[in-house]
Design a protein around this ligand. Sequence first.
Ligand code: URA
Length: 442
Amino acid sequence: MRSSTAPLTPVEVLELSVRGEPVGAASVAALVRAWLDGVATDAQMGAWCAAACAQGLGAGATEALTKALVASGDRLELATLGPTGDTHSTGGVGDSTTLAAAPIAAALGVRIAKASGRGLGHTGGTVDRLEAIPGYQVDLPLDRFVRQVRDVGIAVIGAGARLAPADARLHVLRDETGTVRSAGLIAASIMSKKIAGGAGAIALDVKVGDGAFFASVEEARGAATAMAALARPWGRRVVWTISSMEQPLGRRVGNALEVREAGEVLRGEGPPDLRELAVRVAADVAEATGVIAPGEGEARAAAAVSDGTALAVAERWVEAQEGDPAVWSDDGALPAAPERRVVGAPGGGWVSRLAARRVGETARWLGAGRLHRHQTVDPVAGLELLAKVGDRVEPGDPLAVVHARDPALAGRGAELFLHAVELADAPPEPIPLIIDRGGDDA
Ligand code: URA
């Protein structure tokens, strides 16, 4: 008979996980190890992720996965740099929040040390957005990353190469097997990068709604508390904002387009929802590190935008990572799509729904994300949203502009986009953006 503490073989873990039966933490750790050592295959790991999506992943298994992902690479400790912070979104559409929130927080005195990932499913990723900036280096050696955090006050890199590299592999697998939507897998993926990245305070933007990976506020809150619990033993403080992803955030979806929109926010312009959330997340991380007193973060973050200090920090940050700092202010500094197609309203009325998931899938199909691992992301692909929920349109009024590499893609993108839109005879109820906040006490 098997000893109760002996780790199960990968196939035994799969058989139990598919049936939703618990496997011990040691068996999860052994499965991940076997996969990284080439003893378990990508197909087996993909099957395990599918089981996690269908049956859930318990707290012990989530913690074991997190530790295994952290142990797959280096782990930084940044306490000697002073108050360090990091931000992360659980994934949304048009979600360039981090690109604006991170330099705003740095302008308030937080040393931002951010380890990011690529897009998952229909949602965008910070690394893909940053790669739309000409010259920007996402893959810095860790000693240079730490020096930049110290000297410039902000560095944002792709976690993949050195920090939790197994998570980057798992990203690819989950992305192409449609196994992103599991609270446990998401928590382990995010927190492994945050723990390895070394920042002392972490502000999470936990999305809920049609285009998010969490369908209900309860689910989002559960994931947020689980992520805080994962970070606590490592001495990290986690705070979170739960925000709506019923419709895309802002008015641009796609990598270069979102960099442009984050630049507008940094210049005190841009769509009000993106501005509000970027200021909120910056305030969260500034208050969590203690550089700003509780309750004062929002006003201070807004002031850092209006007095230009956040924009100046963003320029120094991008320059330090060899990117063109003009991207925040000069549209011509970013790559642009050769083909643009205006999508007209099929009828008149109020826009009552702009389904974030369908918009994200349209952008992914245009090339802003990937459908499988062999695709490369097209930085110029995406959509500009000219009407959002609550706007009134007449038949033929422009609803969106599709940005595409060629006319065929643009035409198909326009067709797909229309599936996201619903028009009604009466104005819809407004969708609240910020739904809840919480986190570890100081
Ligand atoms: N962001 C991540 O880094 N991982 C996930 O699984 C989801 C969002």
